[in-house]
Design a protein around this ligand. Structure first.
Ligand code: WTA
Length: 635
């Protein structure tokens, strides 16, 4: 027996021990008992972190959509698979049953095939949070095409970079999207992006906001008429366990975004297993994750994990503030949501609103509250626990990453006692290690170090698309024979983990990972800018916000600084997206540098955070005099 559902702490420890002593045996049992395989594997695991190479369930054949849809038809055909809650509450929710999902995914898959998409081709999906987004993801998986979802809040430049990096020939989008009281011209952004994507042959356009858009002859096609003419039946492509399922881009500390590649078999097993346990999911629960499918949280815990368990998963198009800040709680009440999974930034924004916006709603259906994306501060944790959970719904502070595919460190609700700001214990099969700066493992409890993982788990990303060397350099070179996460962590006296944040130049703003280098590159494109450096500083809603230090060329000095700030943020918005805009821009005469010319971000970070009592030794800087000037003119 594989213990697919863990129910008490003793059982957790027992299963955990088994999963690390005999990982192959453990995951083989889970895979064997709970999934539909066309052919079983020849070997459970093959790995070498030095190469690096990881393969799970090699030789096995399957299609993940048969596990997420087809196999549920016998018992759950009329059960709601996707519960779509539109931006405008008056539009009314749409219940898509497993039977309907089966038909709509087949229709979409048949359309893709008609458009010439084949197994292994990359398809870019730039679609807002409407049913077509989940359906197009599943349609790609059904025919073995590799989906690359790009968050529909990214700019044209960010979109074109991602389309070109993975050489997508087909793009799926919509005429536009709703975002609270606003509409966004998505198709316009796609048109702009495609000016620099010569290899895109086809654009399929879903109708959502009925806006006037231009359709490029021969390239752009309305989706609905094609779907209407497509068959509701279709065979799933038989995939190898190690065939890529999708690419998802995440920011690195430098350079282009990294196209993390996830494969089919291990990703399915791990997301399904974690979903079941980390949310204590039971049949007839209504599960809601507020993330966007454009991020890994949406891939694993709106689409694949829940559907592999035959769950009802809510897909919400809107924002927490529309029509007012009670919207989340209105949805919880209306659909009797049982598991609610969101980000600390949303929790902080909602906690700032009046209590009456919560008290007006009946939240008694809630059983589990989840948090993900960044450290949750103590105040937000307590508000979530007391005001939303009424101290009876455990909070799972779940730590994981785009690269890990699934939840890695988390309490199991009703099993692991929670502790504010602690992600607590490693999930089944996960072997964390804390390392010091010299590459030595810190054993025992009450230690703080860099968080690594010692042994592969089924859903670890296998490579970076088109750049295996970068995969090795980023994750497997810092520490011998370890996957390095880029995060720091504390292990307390009972072995609970607390994630302290990034130890590299990635800044998490409202739960979005942003690399400093691409933002600095965007700023430096401004003709008046000589040089820039970005750091994070504490922000009571976003967690961290961005602070930019900019030195100007002579021509810049004659310009109005407020106008320059607007232009710089516009450039960032165009190159990356509005999420990367700077909250503060300080113009300075110089940036503190080491003698080798490296910008000392540590000092800038402290000044931006107003922690200037202990700047450390600045005398060895190339230009120590600029530190005082920066402090004097600090914003
Ligand atoms: C951070 C999101 C503290 C962390 C699933 C990680 C967290 C990065 C937590 C990955 C948490 C995520 N507590 N920090 N519970 N969850 N992080 O790739 O720095 O968007 O490395 O994946 O978010 O972000 P990503």
């Amino acid at each position: 027996m594989s213990n697919y559902h863990i129910k008490h702490l003793e059982e957790y420890y027992q299963v955990y021990r088994k999963s690390v002593r005999e990982p192959e045996k453990f995951w083989e049992e889970v895979a064997e008992e709970h999934f539909l395989w066309r052919k079983k594997w020849d070997k459970v695991l093959d790995w070498d972190f030095n190469k690096p190479e990881v393969k799970w369930f090699e030789g096995a054949k399957l299609n993940i959509t048969e596990n997420c849809i087809d196999r549920h038809l016998a018992t759950r055909a009329d059960k709601t698979a996707i519960l779509f809650e539109p931006n405008d509450p008056n539009e009314g929710a749409e219940h898509i049953t497993y039977r309907q999902l089966y038909e709509r995914v087949n229709q979409f898959a048949n359309v893709l095939k008609q458009q010439g998409v084949k197994k292994g081709d990359r398809v870019c999906i730039y679609v807002p949070m409407i049913p077509e987004l989940a359906i197009s993801v599943l349609a790609c998986a059904r025919i073995g095409a590799i989906h690359s979802v790009v968050f529909a809040g990214f700019s044209a430049t960010a979109l074109s970079t991602r389309i070109n990096d993975s050489d997508c020939k087909l793009v799926i989008t919509s005429d536009g999207s709703y975002r609270g009281s606003k509409t966004i011209d998505l198709k316009g952004i796609v048109d702009e992006a495609l000016e620099s994507c010569p290899n895109v042959e086809t654009v399929l356009v879903a109708k959502r906001i009925n806006s006037e858009i231009t359709m490029k002859e021969g390239r752009d096609k309305w989706l609905q008429p094609l779907l209407d003419n497509a068959s509701k039946e279709g065979k799933a492509e038989v995939m190898d366990a190690e065939d890529p399922l999708f690419i998802l881009y995440t920011s690195g500390s430098t350079g282009l975004p990294k196209g993390m590649v996830h494969t089919t078999g291990g990703y399915m097993v791990y997301t399904a297993y974690t979903f079941k346990n980390a949310f204590q999911y039971r049949e007839n629960d209504v599960y809601w994750c507020t993330a966007d499918i454009g991020w890994i949280t949406g891939h694993s815990y709106i689409v694949y994990g829940p559907l592999a368990n035959g769950a009802t998963t809510v897909l919400f198009e809107g924002v927490p503030s529309y029509p007012n800040f009670g919207r989340f709680w209105d949805i919880v009440q209306k659909h009797k949501v049982t598991q609610f999974y969101t980000a600390p930034t949303a929790i902080r924004a909602l906690a700032k609103q009046g209590a009456e916006l919560v008290e007006a709603y009946d939240l008694s259906s809630l059983k589990v509250l989840g948090s993900v994306g960044e450290p949750i501060n103590e105040e937000a944790w307590h508000w979530y626990n007391d005001t939303i959970g009424k101290k009876k719904s455990p909070i799972i502070d779940s730590w994981w990453q785009t690269e890990t595919g699934g939840i890695m460190i988390t309490p199991i609700p009703y099993v692991t006692p929670t502790k504010p700001t602690y992600a607590t214990l490693p999930f089944i099969g996960i072997q964390p290690a804390l390392m010091d700066e010299n590459g030595k493992e810190l054993k025992g409890n009450q230690v703080e170090g860099r968080l690594c993982i010692k042994f592969p788990w089924p859903s670890i990303a296998r490579t970076i698309w088109g750049n295996h060397q970068r995969y090795k350099d980023t994750y497997f070179s810092a520490f011998e024979n370890m996957y390095f996460t880029g995060d720091g962590a504390i292990r307390d006296e009972v072995g609970y983990y607390r994630i302290t944040g990034r130890v590299d130049d990635v800044i998490i703003v409202s739960g979005h990972n942003l690399g400093t280098a691409p933002i600095e590159d965007a700023i430096n494109e401004h003709p008046a800018v000589a040089e820039s450096a970005i750091v994070g500083f504490p922000h009571d809603v976003k967690g961290s916000a961005l602070y930019g230090y900019v030195t100007l060329k002579d021509i810049g000095e004659t310009r109005n600084h407020d106008n320059l700030r607007i232009e710089i943020n516009q450039l960032i918005s165009d190159r990356i997206g509005p999420i990367a805009k700077l909250d503060k821009i300080q113009f300075t005469n110089g940036l503190p540098k080491t003698r080798s010319g490296k910008i000392m971000r540590r000092i800038l970070r402290k000044i931006a955070s107003k922690e200037t009592d202990n700047l450390g030794d600045t005398s060895t800087l190339l230009n120590p005099e600029c530190v005082q000037e920066i402090m004097d003119t600090s914003l």
